[in-house]
Design a protein around this ligand. Structure first.
Ligand SMILES: [Fe+2]
Length: 251
């Protein structure tokens, strides 16, 4: 079961022989990788409890890309299973560190898009680095999840803004849906943002090329109060840019 361990140890020995310092960073990286490999094996063996435990150990050990979990085929059962999905989200929210991530696997039906966000100070316009961003959206058919029961979204992301206040995700264009009163709502992505020194902010952003917005004067009139991702010029995967301001906390 642990056939890869000697290979990993071999690489570490080589690094040390080449002058690498035996510091905590390399030890953590080793631990993290070994725990991640264990998580993959446990997930494939159908032991979700041990898989989640190993995953947390790998995050704690400093895994550089926790969000890679959602596109890792070997861990796909953890996200697909509605019973373990909330635990994956909780872990990702706690160990968030990437400013760029894929939110969907290559198998996810739908049209791929890129969304870049910039989190800024509402008063100064200065970018806010280190802001934690949660994103949630529907699949192509407008569904957050397919099983019965409590809120348990299947497509999500946890990002931490870079030094220039940005995050960047590749995902699919969400599908629209009817609200509880049977009214169609425009395509949107929910966000929730926390940053030190700022009021937490949760809302949603729309897309400026949404035919529903363009056709609906009421929505048009309300756009100034909402966040709207703007389609960027260029060919290839459609890219959008959304700016989200945060309100500074006052003493
Ligand atoms: Fe929604």
């Amino acid at each position: 079961m642990w056939k890869r361990a000697p290979v990993i140890l071999g690489i570490t020995s080589l690094l040390l022989a080449c002058g690498g310092a035996p510091g905590s960073h390399s030890r953590n990286a080793l631990d993290s990788g070994a725990h991640y490999a264990a998580a993959q094996k446990w997930a494939e063996a159908g032991d979700a409890v041990e898989a989640l435990r190993s995953l947390e150990a790998s995050f704690e050990g400093g895994l550089s890309s926790p969000m890679g979990v959602v596109t890792d085929e070997r861990l796909s059962s953890l996200v697909a299973d509605p019973l373990t999905r909330p635990s994956v989200r909780e872990l990702l929210s706690r160990y968030v560190r990437e400013s760029e991530a894929m939110l969907v696997t290559a198998k996810e039906p739908g049209d791929q898009i890129i969304v870049e966000g910039v989190i800024v100070d509402e008063l100064s316009g200065a970018p806010i680095s280190g802001a934690v961003v949660e994103l949630v959206h529907t699949d192509r058919n407008g569904k957050y999840f397919s099983e019965d029961g409590t809120w348990n979204p299947r497509l999500f992301g946890y990002l931490k803004t870079a030094d220039d206040g940005t995050f960047r995700v590749t995902t699919i264009k969400p599908g629209g849906y009817e609200d509880e009163e049977g009214v169609d709502v425009p395509t949107h992505i929910h966000f929730s943002i926390e940053a030190t020194g700022y009021r937490a902010y949760g809302s949603e952003f729309l897309f400026d090329d949404d035919p529903m917005l363009i056709a609906d004067a009421l929505h048009q009139a309300g756009l100034e109060r909402l966040r709207v991702a703007k389609r960027q010029a260029g060919s290839g995967v459609p890219a959008y840019l959304v700016t989200i301001p945060l309100q500074p906390l006052t003493n």
